[in-house]
Design a protein around this ligand. Structure first.
Ligand code: ZN
Length: 134
């Protein structure tokens, strides 16, 4: 289950990276279309996955008109594009718990934030530390 969650978190980040900002419902729809997961997460577990993922930022609301004429505001999310500028950056910014087993085995502790991160040869601090200057 935990492993599956890591893959789910990575997939959600990939969807946002490739397709740009969207609402939680749109993310759920894309996950369903991809058919990679036996169960598409509920709105609330997707909300937890998104809010706990430091790779994802919220960027305002989208107004959606319901069939009864009332208008609701849905939050819109995107990948943190200051932090993640290329597809490979997705792997270098993952928390340890979301990494694939192969990346877990290669990860090292960042001197600055003390997190286990996948790093390139020669890096002394991780990508989030060097981009965010945390
Ligand atoms: Zn770091």
């Amino acid at each position: 289950m935990a492993r599956n969650n890591g893959r789910l978190r990575r997939t959600v980040a990939e969807i946002l990276f490739h397709e740009g900002k969207m609402t939680r419902a749109a993310v759920a729809e894309r996950l369903h279309e991809m058919g990679l997961f036996r169960e598409v997460p509920s709105e609330s577990s997707l909300a937890a996955i998104i809010s706990k993922n430091a790779q994802i930022v919220s960027c305002g609301h989208e107004k959606v008109e319901l069939s009864n004429g009332s208008v609701v505001k849905n939050m819109v999310f995107d990948i943190d594009r200051e932090l993640i500028q290329s597809e490979e950056d997705l792997r270098y910014t993952l928390p340890y718990s979301s990494m694939s087993n192969a990346d877990k085995a290669k990860s090292v502790r960042c001197e600055q934030c003390k997190q286990m991160r996948l790093m390139k040869e020669g890096w002394s601090i991780c990508l989030p530390c060097s981009r965010r200057g945390v």
